[in-house]
Write a protein that binds this ligand. Structure first.
Ligand code: FCB
Length: 455
């Protein structure tokens, strides 16, 4: 299906000032799981649950980035990155989630930020990439409204220490995926299978985002603040039945995209009652004033894109959800994770966001996009994937969407959640036995693309 050139010098040109980046997350790369006073996170707990992670893998050591960050920053410098998106481990900074700060935790991020700045790379931390302090989970986790307040307190602690040098902040990573995989289906930490009773997790994360945004603005007046949402265009199969399947697609779109974007840009939630998914206040969790907090202006929307979602009407409407997830009928290429490769879904997604929110949509940064491929250094399929998706971003820009940057997932092979080390997303191969890092062909390709886009 690859028809467009991957030749970096003949590539569509993204606007001047476009940010070229790469992304990672704390639990997936840092290791040092209980060093320097770090508290346990829900992932430290979940990986010990028998059967939770393929082959019992854990992030205890991961890429050992906590000890090897200087080597990793040197790799980023070789790539020529403008910016690096990493996440801060909440329990490294506040071992029990609140109260006593662990200075050694902050020291680590302080050193990382300085190393990045020395390399000319803009630090772009995400404050929450799924590793909630276990102590807060024990008090209800994101099902509890208090966690939103604890999140804002934690944001203030980090901003006070790093805010003199860190100006671009991301509050949450993929609150949809954390709600659904972590609390609705139980396949990620904290491993709860509450189905639609997980909905308060959406609201409390968004409330936390809004409260943390205010805390960041108070501590860092020139902060630029984003949230990274996992967005998916929802597609019907060619044989879709107009009424039932279209209604199912709308319901899924509301749950996956609408809940997490509408309140930011319209100040209201999609009407889930229309799909029988909740009452209007979600059982009282949405309180007066919350939506004003959540809809405070942002400097950007982070979009994480992997693939569209195909949906049909539910085979068994009594089963609880007003849709079934389906496989596409088209013969798409697949990544090693078996995810369909659909670059034009990214253009569709970006133009769809602009259509939906108009002037209320802030500039967009692609905060994650990439693919799992088999181990090995000659990753032609990853180069094709990146080239096609970055072209899809250029298409969206030419259609009028204000996209300011692209962060690929990921810099390094890392701990891929329930898949452990079986999925490899890195531009850099990591040998987990020796921690040796070896750049792949895609690393050189991305380096050349960045260089040619600058020239
Ligand atoms: C996203 C996550 C990221 C990584 C990629 C493959 O959903 O944000 O941590 O696992 O998927």
């Amino acid at each position: 299906m690859t028809t467009r050139s991957t030749d970096a010098t003949r590539f569509p040109r993204l606007p001047a000032g476009f940010t070229w980046g790469a992304s990672t997350a704390a639990y997936q790369i840092e290791g040092a799981a209980d060093e320097d006073g770090k508290g346990a996170s829900v992932w430290d707990t979940f990986v010990r649950r028998p059967g939770a992670v393929r082959d019992g893998h854990t992030g205890d050591i991961a890429c050992d980035h906590h000890h090897r960050f200087a080597e990793d920053v040197a790799l980023m410098r070789r790539l020529g990155l403008d910016a690096y998106r990493f996440s801060i481990s909440w329990p490294r900074v506040l071992p029990t989630g609140a109260g006593k700060v662990e200075p050694r935790g902050l020291d680590f991020y302080d050193r990382l930020v300085d190393a990045l700045l020395d390399a000319g790379i803009e630090p772009t931390p995400t404050l929450f990439h799924w590793d909630l302090p276990q102590a807060l989970e024990d008090e209800g986790g994101w099902l509890s409204r208090g966690t939103a307040h604890r999140f804002a307190e934690y944001a203030a602690v980090v901003a006070e220490r790093l805010g003199d040098r860190v100006k671009r902040w991301i509050t949450l990573n993929e609150p949809f995926v954390h709600m659904s995989f972590g609390y609705a289906f139980g396949v990620h930490a904290p491993g709860r299978a509450l189905m639609l009773d997980a909905l308060p997790v959406a609201h409390h994360q968004l409330l936390g985002h809004g409260l943390a945004t205010a805390a960041l603005r108070a501590a860092v007046p020139d902060a630029r603040i984003l949230i990274a949402n996992n967005c998916t265009p929802v597609r019907l199969r060619p044989d879709a039945r107009q009424d039932e399947d279209v209604a199912a697609a709308s319901a899924y779109d509301a749950l996956h995209n609408g809940i997490f974007n509408d309140p930011l840009f319209t100040g209201s939630y999609p009407d889930l009652t229309a799909y029988g998914m909740a009452d209007r206040s979600w059982g009282g969790v949405v309180r007066d004033g919350d939506l004003a907090t959540i809809s405070a202006p942002l400097d950007g929307l982070g979009v994480n894109y992997y693939n569209p979602t195909w949906v049909t009407a539910p085979a068994d409407p009594a089963a609880g959800l007003p849709f079934d997830l389906a496989e596409p009928t088209e013969p798409y290429e697949r990544t090693a994770f078996d995810w369909p490769v659909v670059p034009d879904g990214l253009t569709e997604l970006l133009t769809g966001l602009k259509d939906r929110y108009g002037e209320a949509l802030p500039p967009v940064w692609i905060t994650e996009n990439g693919c799992s491929q088999p181990a090995g250094l000659h990753d032609r399929a990853r180069i094709d994937y990146l080239a096609e998706h970055i072209s899809a971003v250029a298409d969206a820009v030419s259609l009028g969407v204000d996209v300011r940057g692209y962060f690929t997932w990921s810099l390094l092979d890392n701990f891929e959640w329930a898949e452990g080390y079986h999925q490899r997303f890195g531009l850099v191969e990591v040998d987990f036995a020796t921690q040796r890092r070896t750049p792949r062909a895609s690393f050189a390709w991305y380096r050349d693309l960045i260089a040619s886009q600058r020239s």
